[in-house]
Design a protein. Structure first.
Length: 404
């Protein structure tokens, strides 16, 4: 069974601890890092703990047993738990946890891509909604700029098999995407961050009012909204090559089909098609697990757009479908990618002091509120036309590349 070389894992841990956390600045002496990982990723877990200790940080560890076909912990819970258990949320625990932590690092390592196949979608969505409260608590502290977070991936046999790759080939994509094949990955990330920020600054200067996304399977209008800004990277995802904003959900109109499947909490959804009217999903279908998609949309805020994102193929080092949203929403390949997220808006896209934002302000500005946030990706060719203040039009994205 393939395990990445120790040198690669050391570089990976270095990127996560000394770059990704702290919004691209790394952790400081005395900082507390909440690390959430599964035992499958133990080789990387060990290196991360070393890097945190050497940087003078402190660790709160959430180290979990794998859930796989041998010990199907996750599935057993959904099979046996009653609804009052599925919706239980230890609020005092998580409030205390995020009050204590300065940084939150989550490393994904999926060992069963369809662990919840056949489970009642009502149960899955109820649990997803409950755990979404963690995001709400986390975001509250992030609004005050007192918490940073980052998400990364540890490749498994299950994810590699899902996309028809060997585990070594799958890891080669991770290594390349995270610049772990370079002598100084952090220096490479800083160069890439500069390029991404240049694009986001140019988009912000355009004063875009509305976007039209066109292509063979899309005719969609997105209203950017007032007090918005385009952002990129910042270490919150490793890797991240996207440039994104959180639009005014009320101005979403049209239809869109997604060629990439979605892996939603142990269930695969394929062939998603959505139609929007006045900002709300009025029609949703899927070729596989449509019931789960519709259950997601029925959750408060799940029927509205919370994010719009584009990736330039010239910057992304990801060339293959990886069956993991973290990578698939950043893929470059032939056409780059476009994705939207249904659910919670990203408050960092507010162009102002986030800490002073009230719920009533968010509502007036059209920032979608939800405990859920689900990215859905397409890698089919798209042309994105911006409608600027004063009535001018400008193509900002074509052939997988920004035109700004």
């Amino acid at each position: 069974m393939y395990t990445p070389p120790k040198k690669i894992l050391e570089k990976y841990a270095d990127v996560l601890v000394n770059f990704a956390l702290g919004n691209g600045k790394g952790i400081k002496k005395g900082d507390v890092v909440y690390v959430s990982m599964y035992e499958y990723a133990k080789p990387l877990y060990v290196e991360i703990l070393k890097k945190i200790t050497r940087a003078g940080g402190n660790v709160i560890s959430h180290y979990m047993p794998n859930s796989d076909k041998t010990f199907d912990i996750t599935r057993d819970f959904f099979v046996n738990a009653k609804m009052h258990q599925i919706t239980h949320f230890p609020s005092k625990y998580f409030k205390g946890l995020f009050e204590e932590a300065d940084h939150y690092l989550l490393v994904l390592s999926e060992t069963d891509m369809e662990a919840l196949k056949g489970i009642d979608p009502k149960k899955i969505m109820a649990r997803k909604h409950t755990l979404g409260k963690i995001r709400t608590l986390r975001d509250e502290k992030m609004k005050k700029k007192r918490l940073s977070r980052s998400i990364a991936l540890y490749g498994t046999e299950a994810t590699a098999k899902e996309v028809g790759m060997s585990k070594k080939a799958y890891w080669n994509q991770i290594i390349k995407a995270c610049f772990l094949d370079k002598k100084n990955p952090i220096a490479e990330w800083k160069k890439t961050e500069h390029k991404l920020k240049t694009i986001s600054k140019k988009l912000n200067k355009l004063n875009i009012q509305k976007l039209h996304v066109s292509g063979p399977d899309v005719d969609l209008y997105i209203t950017v909204g007032k007090k918005r800004r385009w952002l990129s990277g910042g270490g919150e995802n490793i890797p991240s090559f996207e440039v994104f904003t959180s639009p005014d959900w009320r101005g979403t109109e049209g239809r869109i089909r997604f060629n990439n499947p979605v892996y939603m909490d142990g269930t695969l959804i394929k062939g998603i098609e959505l139609e929007f009217k006045r900002g709300v999903v009025v029609s949703a279908c899927a070729k596989k697990n449509e019931k789960l998609l519709k259950k997601f949309i029925s959750i408060p805020g799940g029927n509205k757009v919370g994010e719009f994102s584009l990736t330039d193929k010239r910057l992304s080092r990801i060339t293959k479908f990886m069956a993991e949203t973290l990578y698939d929403e950043n893929v470059g390949g032939l056409n780059g990618n476009m994705h939207i997220a249904l659910g919670k808006a990203l408050l960092e896209n507010y162009d102002g002091d986030i800490a002073k934002l009230k719920k009533s302000d968010l509502k007036k500005l059209g920032f979608n509120d939800s405990t859920l946030h689900q990215d859905i990706v397409s890698t089919v060719p798209r042309t994105v036309t911006a409608y600027l203040a004063g009535g001018k039009e400008k193509i900002i994205y074509k052939n997988g590349m920004f035109c700004v």
